[in-house]
Write a protein that binds this ligand. Structure first.
Ligand code: ADP
Ligand code: MG
Length: 415
């Protein structure tokens, strides 16, 4: 008789409401008992609680899906302890989240040859003044001509925090006067000046979960609930493959299982502009039509990783990518393909496909049915109720619910 065993999955959550509910309910409906090796593997999912802990106490999870530790540090340190001491697999790698700012990701991907727009860093306009800081700046801070830097980059350009997120402190700058004014206003923030990709004819986000990538056209000027669209901008198969290779290269380079890469297309070239987005938005209120895909992608990747006891890569080995980067005269597309090959190996992409084919063949059907149930609608309503004013709850619940139903209609019953 094969031995029965249970793999424990923890959800480390903040304001998330909708996707965990859907994840839990679909997992229950899948009712998995997978023959893996000599065992029958079942899965149990619980929500990670916040409480005091002894650093030597064992971790009750095999795998944690984390949406919290990038801003809640008690949990981040608990996750790190569990990776170091208990063999926990977590997505995403908490050290990579903590240390890889936009600036680092720009530098690394520039080195690998990706067409990141020209970017400068400038010292901040203002500081928390201390005696040492005054002495340091008096001795070493060079006066600089902001206008000359602007002219060198060329207008329009974007001023944005080197470690930014959520569009905070981002401004588009059309001329030198506007650049000086924006710098005056930038306060203590350390800013980038980045050449605008303008005009661009397509803005896409490539959402990656393990080896799975979904490309979605993005409307930056639309209201929040309509920025993600329900299409991919009509990209060609070659473009899709390039965007997938780019996303997987970025994600594995930085040790992120779950990330989103923003790219702008100009003259047929996709310029990545913002790809330090580990643990991106997972809510139905932003993703709408794309939401079921994300829930399924998280299920597949977490079940694969927990089911096969995938080992988490604790440190980031960059040398293989640098070796490819050092090959002289390699065309960009070929180079990117070579990086993506490393990425797919690291992500066990082939074994993952096999696992899904063998063990999760019924997921499409189970999820398709679930996303038509009252439980799914309630998950949408609860998220809407947490974000929208009382008088808009019904209207927006229906709006997002219809988007999910359009997804069902597009997929068609997989039965
Ligand atoms: N180089 C650029 N060219 C064109 N648009 C840009 C550029 N950089 C930023 N933007 C615009 O500003 C928005 C916010 O900038 P982004 O780098 O994505 O910062 P955040 O991390 O805050 O999302 C982008 O979604 C895009 O609309
Ligand atoms: Mg962005």
């Amino acid at each position: 008789m094969p031995k029965e065993t249970t793999r424990r999955i923890g959800l480390s959550l903040g304001a998330d409401i909708c996707w965990p509910l859907c994840y839990e309910k679909i997992l229950a409906r899948l009712d998995l008992a997978l023959p893996i090796g000599r065992e029958i593997v079942r899965f149990d999912v619980k929500r990670v609680t916040i409480e005091p802990y002894d650093l030597r106490q064992p971790c009750p999870y095999d795998l944690v899906i984390d949406r919290l530790t990038h801003w809640y540090h008690t949990s981040r340190e608990w996750v790190k302890k569990a990776v170091l001491m208990d063999g926990l697999y977590v997505f995403n790698n908490p050290w990579a989240i903590q240390s890889m700012e936009k600036q680092t990701t720009y530098c690394a991907m520039m080195h690998l040859g990706l067409p990141v727009p020209d970017t400068w860093m400038i010292p901040p306009k203002d500081y928390e003044w201390t005696a040492d800081l005054r002495a340091t700046l008096n001795r070493y801070a060079e006066l600089f001509d902001l206008g000359a830097i602007g002219r060198q980059i060329g207008f329009p350009l974007f001023m944005k925090p080197y470690d930014g997120g959520a569009w905070v402190g981002v401004s588009k700058i059309d001329d030198e006067a506007a650049l000086r004014a924006a710098y005056e206003e930038s306060g203590k923030r350390v800013m980038h000046l980045q050449k605008a990709v303008a005009p661009f004819d397509l803005f896409v986000r490539a959402i990656g979960v393990g080896p799975q990538v979904r490309v979605v056209r993005y409307e930056p000027d639309a209201p929040l609930h309509a920025r993600y669209t329900a299409d991919d901008g009509g990209i060609s198969a070659d473009e899709r493959s390039l965007l997938e290779d780019m996303a997987l290269t970025i994600n594995t380079f930085f040790g992120w299982d779950f990330n989103s890469c923003e790219s702008l297309r100009k003259d047929g070239v996709f310029h990545p502009i913002d790809f330090a987005n580990a643990c991106p938005d997972s809510q139905v209120t932003s993703l709408h039509f794309n939401f079921p895909w994300l829930v399924k992608a998280k299920l597949r990747w977490s079940l694969f990783a927990a089911g096969t006891q995938r080992k988490m890569r604790k440190t980031l080995d960059w040398e293989p990518y640098y070796k490819v980067a050092a090959v002289p005269d390699m065309p960009y597309r070929e180079r990117l393909r070579a990086y993506a090959k490393i990425a797919r190996e690291r992500l066990d992409a082939e074994r993952f496909e096999e696992f899904c084919g063998k063990h999760l063949a019924h997921l499409d059907e189970v999820a398709w049915e679930f996303f038509g149930t009252d439980d799914a609608r309630e998950a949408v309503r609860l998220k809407v109720a947490a974000l929208f004013p009382a008088h808009e709850i019904e209207e927006f619940t229906e709006y997002f619910w219809q988007a999910v139903q359009r997804w069902r209609a597009t997929e068609g019953s997989p039965r």
